[in-house]
Each structure stands twice: as C-alpha cells, then as structure tokens.
Design a protein around this ligand. Sequence first.
Ligand code: BG6
Length: 493
Amino acid sequence: MAHLPPVDTFDYIVFGGTGDLTMRKLLPALYHRYRDGQIPEDSRIIGTARSPLSRAEYQQRAQAALGEHVKPDALDDATVQRFLNMVYYVSLNGAEADSDWPALKTLFGDASTSRIRVYYLATSPALYGQICENLSREDLITAQSRVVLEKPIGTDLASAEAINDSVGRHFPENHIFRIDHYLGKETVQNLIALRFANPVFERLWSCDAIDYVQITAAETVGVEGRGAYYDRSGALRDMIQNHLLQVLCLVAMDPPVSLEADAVRNEKLKVLRALKPISADDVAIYTSRGQYARGTIGDKTVGSYLEDLGEGVTSETETFVALKAEILTWRWGNVPFYLRSGKRMAEKCSEIVIQFKSAPWSIFSNRPEPNRLIIRIQPDEGVMLCVSTKDPTPTDSLTLRDADINVEFEKAFNIRYPDAYERLLLDVVRGDPILFIRRDEVAAAWRWIDPILQGWKERKAPLEPYAAGTWGPEGARNLLSQSGHLWHEDMKK
Ligand code: BG6
C-alpha cells in the first residue's frame, strides 16, 4: 500500500460501542487505516454503551472482533496491541441526562478541546436527538466536533425531519455526516470517474442510447439476528430509500461543475427531485414486494422469514422489493430505472446494468444483442462491456457471437479493496462531506418513498412469497416483462 497521508489526531466516540456495526465494521475499518499509517498513535477510539464493562474487557471484545472480521494476513500481534492501546470504554447511556457523563468528560480532559472529536451514533435513530441534547448540555460539543448519523434516518419523511431538526439544534449542517456506506464502496465512487473521465461513456449516457437501467443489491443472508429492527423497517426502508437511491443518483446525475461536495450533492438532489412520483394507488403497477419462504441456498436448506423471526410470529414486512423508477428529465425520458433488493436471494451481488438500445438494423444473419455495460459493485468489483464479435468458428457466413470486455479492478490494480467504512470514517475526520448525504437529499428520498409505503399499507400491491435462494417473486419478473425487459440473470440464460 502506498504511503497515505495521516489525518489529524482525533477522538472517535462511538455510541452503540458494543453493537454489531461497531464490532463488524467500525473497529476493523479503523484498524486497517491505523495499520496503513493514517491514524496518529495519540488518537483515541472511545466505545460507549450501557453495559458495565471495564476498559480491559472492552479491549478484549475489540480484539475478538478484529480476529473475526479482519483477514489473518492483515493481523499481526504488535499492530493489534498498539491499536488496542487507542481503545477506551465509558459505560454510559447516551440518551439519559443523568448517566455517567462526567466519566466521558474526565476522559476527554482539558487538552482535547482542540482535537477533532467525532461522535458516531450507531444507536437507534430515535435516540439521536436525545444524545445530541445531552452532549450539548454537558458542554461536550466543541468547535472541532462532528456527528455521524447511521441510517435509517427516520421511518418516513416526518420522522426524518424530526430527527434532523433535533440534531440540527446542536450541530451545524456542515458538521453532520449522514453516512450511507454504499457511497464509500470503491465501485460506487468509481461511477464518478467512469462517467466523467471517459467521454466514450458520457456521450452515450442518455435516453438516446440507453434502453433501461437495473440496479440490484441482492444478498443471500436472512435477517441474521436483526429481526426486531428489520421487521419494523423492511427492504424498502432498509436498502432502497438510501443505498439504491444514492446509486441511482450517481448513475443518473448530470456532470457536476466540480468535485466539491455541494456541487455533487446538488446534482444528486436534482435526480431525487425529478423522480416521477409513484402514488399509493399505483404501487401494483410500479412495485413488487415479497417475503422469503423456506428454500435452499447453495446446498443448505434455510427457513422462512417468519421462522427466522421466531415461533408464532406473523409479519407483512417485505424482505424483497423491486420497483420501476422514472426520471422526468430530457436526459432520461422513457428510460426505466429498475431497482431491486432482497434478502435470501440466489447470489450475493450488487451491480448496475446499463442496457443499451439495439442496433436499428442488422446486416448479419443473426441479430446482434444490444450492448450492455455491467458495473459490479460487489463481489469482484469491476466493469464489463458486452459486445458482439465475429464468431471465430469456421462457417460459410459472417455470424456474431457475444463476448465480454472485462476489467476486474482488484486484479488489474493488484490492491486490496478497502471496506467502504475505511474511507468514510476518515473522511469525517478530514471534514470532507462529499460521500455523505445532505439533509435535503434525505427529505427528497423519503418524499418519493412515503406514498409507496402508504400504498403497501393499504394493501394495494400483494406481498408475494418467494423461495429462499431464488431471484424473488414472480411479480418482479412481470414488472419488466410488461415492457419487454429482462432482469440480468434472465438475459444470461
Ligand atoms: C445495511 C442494511 O445498510 O446494508 C443491511 O441495513 C444490509 O440489511 C447491508 O445487509 C448490506 O450491505 P452490503 O455492503 O453487504 O451490501
């Protein structure tokens, strides 16, 4: 790894410090950045949570988390020990005024008011306002303080606005970092490079040449012990409102005037505001929702969503959603953007498929397939362009055969692809908000999502079961077939 410039010394205070996100993502990400020399040794990572743990016990948990979530070749005892020396713990209920705030204050000491302080809220979003109020009352918000808000921000527009108002009373907007880890994924950032550094793509990037676009985030995992949260959320709120709409923005936005954060965010906002509303009455036309039933993934039989939730539980929460979005602009007139995401699907795969229009006429005996550009977000980040070439098999006529121009970034650049959080956590320290979501983006996304939620609540679209290990319910296929379109996996057949 090339030498990366270190960031300034910081204190990272994580509320929800014993939680799954902290253990699985935040600590491993900070460890990698530390190992690459980007984090000064006198920085501190301070976990806070209600559990009465000693510092040593918390360090042990952190060490176990690294053991589990960092690849063995990146773990060496000396580096792990030095990293753990930066880890502290304060037993504190961030939402309660009379909790042990003095312990946190003592840990900060006087010297640290000048250093960068990041409050990372990895708790239930319902507590964000309360935590910020307590920080403010305890006089813990310095000029150098920032706050990071994990998604989901709210469950609809009204609750999101309430959270943003309550946080906004204590932090200025440019110190609020609303994280969407999809924006930290290399290939998602790479969309900006691919689109705006390669005129060959940008000249074709409109309804003139593009037939339709698909954005998929499919997972094979189920709800993995997060049933209580997930059942209140569902796939639309958990994945589409944030991750997939953000990716859609990067695919569809106009070129920003610069790489300055607001220049990019202004363009994204324009896309969100140009989304054609899907009214509650139209959800059956534009959306498909499903819930996984028992099925097989690989060679493993897995239970249904309801079984995963626990015995005797009923639920109408969707674990799959597909929808047809349209962007009302000159660039995108009549180009559907199909978004879908689901749990317990056939493969773990996040990708963007740009389906170009067919050739207007063919001089060949077999018709060329339309070109297709596939941007793989995960796994195996890369870009593939599907083209027609001459079939090399000896025949008496010139016939066509499909071929792929394929770049796999990890192989091409021979570098470990960092986890999305690695970039984002240090961007907060750097104070660079380009990959974070501005308040008006959150509001615009909810404004578009709310009527869909309403239509579903009124049961205007069926909740279809789909067998685990498949690509979702039949309704998702119908959503495309009515326009003569196919999902990517159906094209491959
Ligand atoms: C999270 C969702 O934001 O993203 C999870 O809450 C989901 O339900 C996860 O599993 C998917 O992230 P990734 O990076 O694995 O695609």
